[in-house]
Design a protein around this ligand. Structure first.
Ligand code: ZN
Length: 139
């Protein structure tokens, strides 16, 4: 079994930026020389997340609205008193969605549905330079 660790770098536009990284992850798995295994995709940092949904304009709006309904950006959070960085909502959204996702692959193909994309969710209140670690374990 091989373990190959790569990374994807993305410049995001701040809270609500949802970036489809499916093609980049797929390309790394294809180039890895492995056929069957798992790929772990992990975003470094506590104000972003990784998730899957159908990446189309309506659902992108729906996900943004869901975040705003569950964890409004305009509310004051205890974290904001700690550092004064006003991004308590960003950390909470990140904690809710989670930083990583594991996708199995077989015969060189990710086991994703046709309408299931891998999405990097930026929640921070400013643009960020994001590092996404992609670790492929397989043979
Ligand atoms: Zn913070």
């Amino acid at each position: 079994m091989k373990i190959i660790t790569k990374e994807i770098l993305e410049d995001t536009k701040g809270a609500g930026d949802l970036v489809d990284i499916t093609e980049k992850v797929t390309a790394l798995v294809e180039k890895s020389g492995t056929r069957d295994g798992n790929v772990t995709v992990f975003v470094v940092g506590s104000t972003a997340a990784l998730t899957t949904f159908e990446y189309e304009p309506g659902l992108i709006k729906d996900v943004r609205e869901l975040c705003e309904k569950l964890i409004p950006a305009g509310k004051r959070y205890h974290h904001d008193d700690t550092w004064g960085d006003a991004n308590g909502f960003s950390h909470l959204r990140s904690a809710l969605f989670g930083p990583s996702i594991v996708v199995p692959f077989r015969s060189g193909k990710l086991a994703l549905g046709t309408w299931q994309q891998l999405v990097l969710a930026e929640f921070d209140n400013r643009p960020r330079h994001r590092q996404v670690v992609v670790q492929i374990m397989g043979e």
